[in-house]
Design a protein around this ligand. Structure first.
Ligand code: ASP
Length: 328
């Protein structure tokens, strides 16, 4: 705690010395998905923690620019003024988009300054409450027995939910079994699932935990290699590997990015504030309660996060190509 206060004081001092940044203009976190979803949730929690870590000297707003699997919001930030006031808070879509979109209007590795990684979040495979299955095994059998009749919701091509659905359908050899229904984010997709208009979805625990706890959706499995700990309810869910899907592993991460050309001094201030925010016990508690793990290792450094995303792009390309679905 003492260490945290010392760090926060150091960041406050940096900001007090900076004449021009952040000034009175708010810092906008562009979330490339709908309000109320998992990425939005991370953005709101982080905005609060960073406001604190900047000694209350900065205002944050969260701007939701959903659509096309996160690529519309990312493109907006790539073209924004590089002054530190417009930042992109994105997830694994930063790395999956190049393989999924033949015409991507921005280059994830070239058109941004990397600020740092934020967290890692498992995904859960969930279904509408009316589904007859209660266990993963029954669920998979039900999907296969109803090939062609079911809908899987996702947040657009290249989104985490889309990627998870693709990987899972290909792992159970049911690529043609479901119709995919894209939404502007998994908040509206979740509403459709709870309402029974779509049948299933794979989404981050930062969106699904509350709905599972409230019994509004059925949960069948987690996508991590190891079972989850921490949350009482999530830790009883089987992993897809335990259910026989050899090597299946998908963990979503979130990171923070600025437009290319943002001054190094401004980037250093934002990164310093991010590091303090990631150690904020309130932020950690909120995120852990939703199954997320806050990153505190060297991946919070800009260069390390960029190296990580570079490796993720290379890792995801063959996975996506094997699943064989692309967008223009
Ligand atoms: N969870 C979403 C996805 O599937 C994005 C969101 O709405 O935050 O990518």
């Amino acid at each position: 705690m003492k260490r945290l206060l010392v760090l926060a004081a150091a960041v406050t001092a940096i900001f007090a010395n900076a004449q021009t940044f952040p000034g009175s203009k708010p810092i906008s976190f562009v979330v490339p998905f709908a309000a109320g979803g998992p990425t939005d949730r991370v953005a709101h929690d982080l905005a609060e923690a960073m406001r604190k870590s900047m000694g209350g000297g900065a205002n944050f707003v969260v701007e939701n620019v959903g659509g096309a699997g996160g690529t519309i919001g990312a493109a907006k930030v790539a073209k924004a003024a590089p002054d530190g006031h417009t930042l992109l808070l994105h997830h694994i879509g930063m790395a999956s988009a190049p393989a999924l979109y033949r015409k991507l209007s921005y280059k994830p590795l070239d058109d941004f300054e990397y600020v740092g990684m934020i967290n890692e979040v498992p995904m859960t495979l969930i279904g509408k409450p009316q589904l007859p299955a209660n266990t993963y095994r029954d669920f998979e059998n039900y999907i296969k027995a109803n090939a062609g009749k079911l809908n899987i919701a996702h947040a657009g091509l290249g989104s985490a939910s889309h990627l998870c659905g693709l990987m899972w359908q290909s792992a159970i050899k049911a690529n043609e079994a479901m119709t995919t229904i894209p939404f502007g984010g998994t908040a509206p997709a979740m509403n459709a699932l709870v309402g029974g208009q779509v049948d299933l979805m794979c989404d981050q625990t930062t969106n699904t935990t509350g709905q599972i706890e409230a019994g509004r959706v059925k949960a069948f499995a987690v996508t991590t290699a190891k079972p989850l700990s921490g949350n009482k309810l999530l830790k009883d869910l089987p992993t897809l590997q335990e259910m026989g899907l050899k090597g299946f592993e998908l963990t979503i991460w979130h990171g923070l990015y600025a437009p290319k050309g943002t001054p190094p001094a401004v980037l250093a201030q934002i990164n310093a504030a991010l590091k303090v925010a990631l150690k904020d016990p309130d932020f950690i508690k909120k995120q852990e309660g939703l199954g997320a793990v806050v990153v505190t290792d060297k991946r919070v450094e800009p260069a390390a996060h960029k190296a990580f995303v570079t490796a993720e792009i290379a890792k995801l390309k063959p996975v996506i190509e094997a699943a064989g679905k692309f967008a223009d």
